[in-house]
Write a protein that binds this ligand. Structure first.
Ligand SMILES: [Zn+2]
Length: 316
């Protein structure tokens, strides 16, 4: 069987004027790797690819570590820890950060919200919205609060507006304008994402994968755009590194984001292993292009271990 643990931000200090960037510290990361080692056996991406059937059907709990979004801090803070422990992980990259020197939409939102309150952000959003899409009816407000029941009301309304009221294109257009008035995009790209030299080093060690071109949920796109998202980033990474890139992690990783024909198209464009965010252990019945994965918070020492414990109790 195979357990996959996924990470995003990894930094020593998460303090910002408004908390909106969440992740783990290097100290936590190392402790978690050691805790996981007690219940599993780390494998390398190449071993998984070469012995897929044997590994996935084995009674041994094999473990793979992955990182989404190509953040430089993953290379600077996490890779030395992995190296010291002799663990090979997979790092999934969005090519938009390199080809277009553009900051990924989710990171723009995280950065903006780290510098302003939810209400200030909402107000700015409304100012730029000329079509009234940010105005919610009473019914929509109730839906929002119900859907985002872990968030406070204002955050729930904001998330609902972004994710359900605005199309992906509208989100991009609005957030782009707001972001550019607060941040210098080219500097953020330099600070936030790995360098091409770092990508090459990861590829040399068999640790590089694609997170698609521009980090949009593929399942909502038409055929032509899914194809573009898959091919642009795979080709960019392969040309840069001179290595084949058979691994993909789907942005957002939800069922909707990985809905047909996403998996079939990932396969037809030459990907061999695909990772979702369906939280469970892989036991051999899954499609290799739709592997399940935990967020690191679900695993030992994490803030929310319920999903992992549930999955474990189904097996044992
Ligand atoms: Zn991502």
């Amino acid at each position: 069987m195979l357990t996959v643990s996924n990470y995003h931000y990894i930094r020593d200090d998460f303090t910002t004027p408004y908390p909106s960037i969440f992740g783990v510290t290097p100290t936590f990361f190392k402790e978690q790797l050691l805790a996981i080692k007690k219940i599993g056996t780390y494998i390398t991406p190449q071993e998984l690819l070469a012995n897929y059937d044997a590994i996935i059907k084995s009674s041994t709990n094999y473990v793979l570590i992955t990182f989404d979004d190509g953040l430089k801090e993953q290379y600077v803070k996490a890779k030395p820890i992995l190296d010291a422990l002799g663990i090979k992980a997979l790092f999934f990259i969005n090519s938009i950060n390199y080809i277009e020197k553009e900051v990924t939409l989710v990171h723009k939102i995280h950065l903006l919200r780290s510098q302003m309150s939810t209400s200030a952000f909402f107000e700015i959003l409304k100012t730029f919205d000329t079509e009234g899409k940010t105005i919610l009816s009473e019914k929509e407000k109730r839906q929002a609060v119900l859907h985002y029941n872990y968030d406070d009301e204002e955050t729930a309304l904001l998330k609902f507006t972004l994710n359900f009221k605005l199309s992906i294109q509208e989100q991009h257009r609005l957030i782009h304008v707001i972001f550019d008035t607060h941040f210098e995009s080219s500097q953020v790209v330099k600070d936030l994402y790995m360098t091409e030299a770092q990508l090459k080093e990861l590829a040399k060690e068999g640790m590089l994968g694609s997170h698609t071109h521009s980090h949009v949920p593929l399942g909502y796109l038409d055929h032509k755009d899914i194809q573009k998202e898959l091919v642009i980033s795979k080709e960019y990474l392969e040309q840069l590194t001179n290595k084949e890139i058979p691994y993909i992690s789907y942005p957002y990783g939800s069922q909707e984001a990985c809905a047909p024909p996403v998996e079939a198209m990932a396969k037809s464009t030459g990907h061999q292993l695909g990772f979702t965010m369906e939280r469970s252990i892989n036991t051999g019945n899954e499609n290799p292009l739709l592997l399940k994965r935990f967020d690191c918070n679900d695993l030992p020492l994490g803030k929310n271990q319920k999903a992992f414990k549930d999955a474990h109790s189904l097996i044992h």
